[in-house]
Design a protein around this ligand. Sequence first.
Ligand code: GLY
Length: 379
Amino acid sequence: MLTSAAPKARSYDVAVAGGGVIGLSTAFAALSSGRRVVVIEPDATKSAAWVAAGMLAPASEAHFGEEALTRLLLAGAARWPDFASALEGAAGETFGFRTTPTVAVGVDAADRSEVRRLVDLQQSLGIEVSTLDRASLRAQEPLLAGSLLEAALFRGDHQVDNRALLGALRSAVVSLGGFFIDDVVCSVSASGAIGKIETAQNGSVEAIDVVVALGARTSQLPGITGADLPIVRPVKGHVLRLRGAEPLIDVTVRALVHGRSVYLVPRADGRLVVGATSEERGFDTTVTAGEVHQLLDDARIVLPGLDELELEEAIAGLRPGTTSNAPVIQRIDDGPVIVATGHFRNGILLAPITAEIVMALLSGTSTTALDLLAAAQGS
Ligand code: GLY
């Protein structure tokens, strides 16, 4: 990854606390609009987006009771192609944005009936879903378990290589003249109309606007803790990365296995990302044998050939979740501090639309995305 250290005593338009996908996408958008930007991040491998699988899945992440959130997810997905081409142009590198579809399958009768109920919900929201019978599924994905009887096909649910994406965003920030400070953010505050970030090693950084995009940590940050904002909590997810010589499947597979969810995301180079657990364990990111075992067990029921792959990595990260499952993207008390977090299972999908909303907050303009966000928060 490229880095460009910030000179001392420089003034910024925007200082971004957090170099995960939300912070970097916001920095990219702010730089593209001609603003002077610094990003403060000690280790992007701790971000939720580093651990993630990179699914861009507005349809297969649609859930009962979250219809308004689904509309925000769909609007987020619609922004991805333009975002991807602008980012590729600025970064000069690709990042595995693939428009391959997603299938949803259920292993037993109860799982299949739950998948069908979700398909009904998705169709009622105007999402294009078609059904594959056993023969069509086998023709499309011959290595999936022969016992799978049907699948729902989502043509609009895609994927991106999340780690390559973070690298490309970082390259784009540097190539557009942005700076990085590799440091821990200790607090944020407003000093009159100016925003201030205190760091562990580099003193304070001031900017006209401060954007706090620290994911699950955001609600713990001094300067944010007392604010009138929805609380963001960490939701732990274990993810596995496996590697083979070539892809076993072409499409992303989301499966229900005796009531448990598992997904398998194939990369073009033969890697396979398997995820993810959903655990309420505070800030613990320990990788535990039991969760790894369960994920592997469920994944190999769906894709038996997975047994031959190399297990490259087992990792756990923290999704930033709110009670509504919708993100929090707003100014605090009309001051210089903006918060952008709470994206839960959809941070990568929502990164472009979040950057658009933050840009609207920076410039005091409106965007229909703000209305979609407000509706999602109310749902
Ligand atoms: N978006 C998938 C997950 O959060 O596990």
